[in-house]
Design a protein. Structure first.
Length: 150
């Protein structure tokens, strides 16, 4: 939990208060416009992938500590849940918009949703279906917001 809080603060600060963070948002919004503005798009993308890989490595390390073994099937639904949390948190799948605070709130919503379904005794396959429907709803709302803002 402490590691999550530290990562939250560091990534939030970096995205909001550094030129690298502005470059990440610019590249996410429109690669070609970012390139024309003088941003090295390839370098920004590689840096984002390297940082994401480091965070995934930390996550795997923590999971190994909890489970006592490394298994590629340990958290099979993590991808779906993380995408759902990010979209619910207000980050556009089409780039250029989002915040770390929204992602944190989205992760809490998905976690409570999944825990509630688990406590209600819902089968695991139906929980995955429910999270999938939640991401579809979030993407539909995101598209509607993009259309309204114009």
């Amino acid at each position: 939990m402490v590691l999550v809080a530290v990562l939250y603060v560091v990534v939030g600060f970096a995205l909001a208060n550094t030129s690298w963070g502005r470059h990440v948002y610019a590249v996410g919004d429109d690669k070609e416009a970012a390139r024309l503005a003088g941003i090295r798009v390839d370098r920004v993308l590689v840096s984002v992938y390297v940082i994401a890989g480091a965070i995934y490595g930390l996550t795997a390390w923590i999971l190994i500590g909890r489970a006592g073994a490394a298994s590629p099937n340990a958290i099979t639904d993590a991808n779906l849940e993380s995408i759902t949390a990010v979209v619910i948190g207000g980050t556009s799948l089409f780039g250029g918009r989002g915040a770390v605070l929204g992602t944190l709130l989205g992760a809490l919503i998905v976690g409570f949703f999944r825990s509630g379904l688990s406590l209600a005794g819902v089968d695991d396959q139906y929980r995955v279906l429910a999270v999938g429907l939640l991401v579809l709803l979030a993407v539909a709302v995101d598209q509607w917001i993009r259309r309204v803002r114009g």
